[in-house]
Design a binder for this molecule. Structure first.
Ligand code: KIV
Length: 277
């Protein structure tokens, strides 16, 4: 069967039919590889801040940084649906600023959709975005841009009021027009209830197996993250060690002149050499 370009409608149609697959990507090469592997959605997450740019959290990430990496990812993607995160303070100050910035991620970054953190309180904004032709993915539960209010990266929705608020937030996002919603760090049974209570796919990260899809940060699942690994991450490879081993082998080869070998070297005609000097 010929492979089709994934659209927001393709993602919505997967609800109840088959799980949605999503990974983060921040550059051309990684996007090209994940796209070739058959991933449904690529997220240019503002996790870019921690993972690629070395910030302590996602708060310092700017629109220009998001655009720079979104452009690289969309250049490497043929089939997957690319979602670009709206960074902290790119949508809070006013609706005009939010729509302008979301529009830039689509017009300049060539993303197919934007992701925005928050529940009921941003539902009106999401309505305006979708009414203006901007497909939106919601994001509730642990919203890393709210880390200073949440007091750390903790599992969300553990008491009655917080659990009920997450259900209400998910319904408000659906009603506002999102075509999918990320559920981050939510107890699995609560994420299952949320997933059943809305008609758009939920994409879980640390939210159990009943979500309609899953997302992981690429450096985490590849074992390429030298820092703390959250409980919800499954490391599919240990590329961190592979990369250190390869670099040490290269250092040794250069120091012992084992590299470059004749196979990596350009030749010159001996007659030319003889005529030199
Ligand atoms: O920025 C990001 O990578 C995210 C995922 C954790 C969902 O928002």
């Amino acid at each position: 069967m010929t492979r089709q370009v994934i659209t927001a409608s393709t993602i919505m149609a997967k609800k109840g039919a088959e799980p949605v697959t999503m990974l983060t990507a921040y550059d051309y090469n990684m996007a090209k590889l994940f796209d070739q592997a058959g991933i449904d959605m690529l997220l240019v997450g503002d996790s870019l801040g921690n993972v690629v740019l070395g910030y302590k959290n996602t708060l310092p990430v700017t629109m220009e940084e998001m655009l720079h990496h979104t452009k690289a990812v969309t250049r490497g993607t043929e089939y997957a649906l690319v979602v670009a995160d709206m960074p902290f303070m790119s949508y809070q100050a006013s609706e005009t600023q939010a729509i302008t910035n979301a529009g830039r991620l689509i017009k300049e970054g060539l993303a197919a959709a934007v992701k925005i953190e928050g529940g009921k309180e941003i539902a009106e904004l999401i309505k305006k975005m979708t009414a203006n032709g901007i497909p939106v993915v919601g994001h509730i539960g642990l919203a890393p841009q709210y880390v200073n209010q949440l007091g750390g990266f903790k599992v969300q929705g553990k008491n009655l009021a917080a659990a009920q608020k997450l259900i209400d937030d998910a319904k408000a996002l659906e009603e506002a027009g999102v075509f999918a919603a990320v559920l981050e760090c939510i107890p699995a049974k609560l994420a299952a209830i949320i997933s059943e209570s809305i008609n758009v796919p939920t994409i879980g990260i640390g939210a159990g197996n009943a979500c309609d899809g899953q997302v992981l940060v690429c450096n985490d699942f590849l074992g390429m993250n030298p820092g703390f690994t959250p409980k919800f991450v499954k490391k599919y490879r240990n590329l961190q060690q592979e990369i250190i081993d390869a670099a040490q082998e290269y250092i040794r080869d250069v120091q012992t002149r084992a590299f470059p070998a004749p196979a990596h070297t350009f030749a010159i005609n001996e007659e030319v050499l003889e005529k030199l000097y």
